[in-house]
Ligand binder design. Structure first.
Ligand code: PEP
Length: 250
């Protein structure tokens, strides 16, 4: 399976910085002899056109959220058709920051996923437990419930990517043990088999304080098919080092 290294810039980088980053990433990627690893950038909505204009065609572009309706009176929102129109191929859904700060639940994530797929976007659905849930031994139950509740039925493997992101690991410098990551990813794979065609081919990314120092070991864990990178994606050299780890493991 070709791994995916995805950068979630969140609400960071001004358009000029975004342009310079996308252009330098494209220069580096163009020089790669073999393209063994997919790379995706998910800038803020406002930087998407700038990144698109500076990104080579073999790199992927995505958004960090979308609305489930195709159009209408939704002040401040963006439809999947608009994302597609502006050149996005992916959209991240159900990030824990959206689940907690905006009250997004499984059913609204599922509605957004259906809208995104019918607009021709690939979806990256995020799941992960809080530290309280982990301490109570509820990690696997929590991620199973999120997978079952937020993924539409009968998707194909190319439409769907999962990101396992323990909430307590995001932006904290903390990470689960490799065994814990393996257990979570294996549980996700098993749950996917109930709803997705060719579940063994769905990419399951790890996200949560991945950096150039830990990327090689995390990306070596069974069923880890890439990374969703927040903080470390803001510096191109760090993001590139993580990409290099993924590529070397192919
Ligand atoms: C994220 O928010 O998706 C993420 C993985 O963040 P970080 O890499 O900063 O932990």
């Amino acid at each position: 399976m070709i791994p995916l290294i995805a950068g979630n810039w969140k609400m960071n980088l001004m358009t000029e910085e975004a342009a310079a980053y996308a252009s330098e990433l494209s220069n580096r990627y163009q020089k790669e002899q073999e393209k063994k690893c997919d790379v995706l950038l998910c800038p803020s909505f406002i930087s998407i056109p700038t990144v698109r204009d500076n990104l080579s065609d073999d790199l992927y572009l995505g958004a960090q959220n979308c609305h489930s309706a195709s159009a209408g009176a939704y002040t401040g929102d963006i439809s999947c058709g608009m994302l597609k129109d502006v050149g996005c191929q992916y959209v991240i859904l159900g990030h824990s920051e959206r689940r907690s700060a905006y009250g997004e639940g499984n059913s609204s994530i599922k509605d957004k996923a259906l809208a995104a797929i019918s607009a021709g976007l690939n979806v990256i659905i995020c799941v992960g437990e809080t530290s309280e849930e982990r301490n109570l031994g509820e990690t696997l139950a929590r991620i199973s419930e999120q997978i079952k509740g937020s993924i539409p039925e009968k998707l194909t493997s190319w439409e769907l990517t999962i990101a396992y992101e323990p909430v307590w690991a995001i932006g904290t410098g903390l990470t689960p043990t490799f065994d814990e990551i393996a257990e979570a990813h294996s549980t996700i794979r098993t749950c996917l088999a109930e709803t997705v065609e060719s579940a063994s081919e769905v990419r399951i990314l790890y996200g949560g304080s991945m950096n150039p120092q830990n990327a090689h070991d995390i990306l070596s864990v069974e069923n880890v098919n890439g990374g969703l990178i927040g903080g470390a994606s803001l510096k191109l050299d760090d993001f590139w080092s993580i990409y290099a780890c993924a590529k070397d493991l192919c």
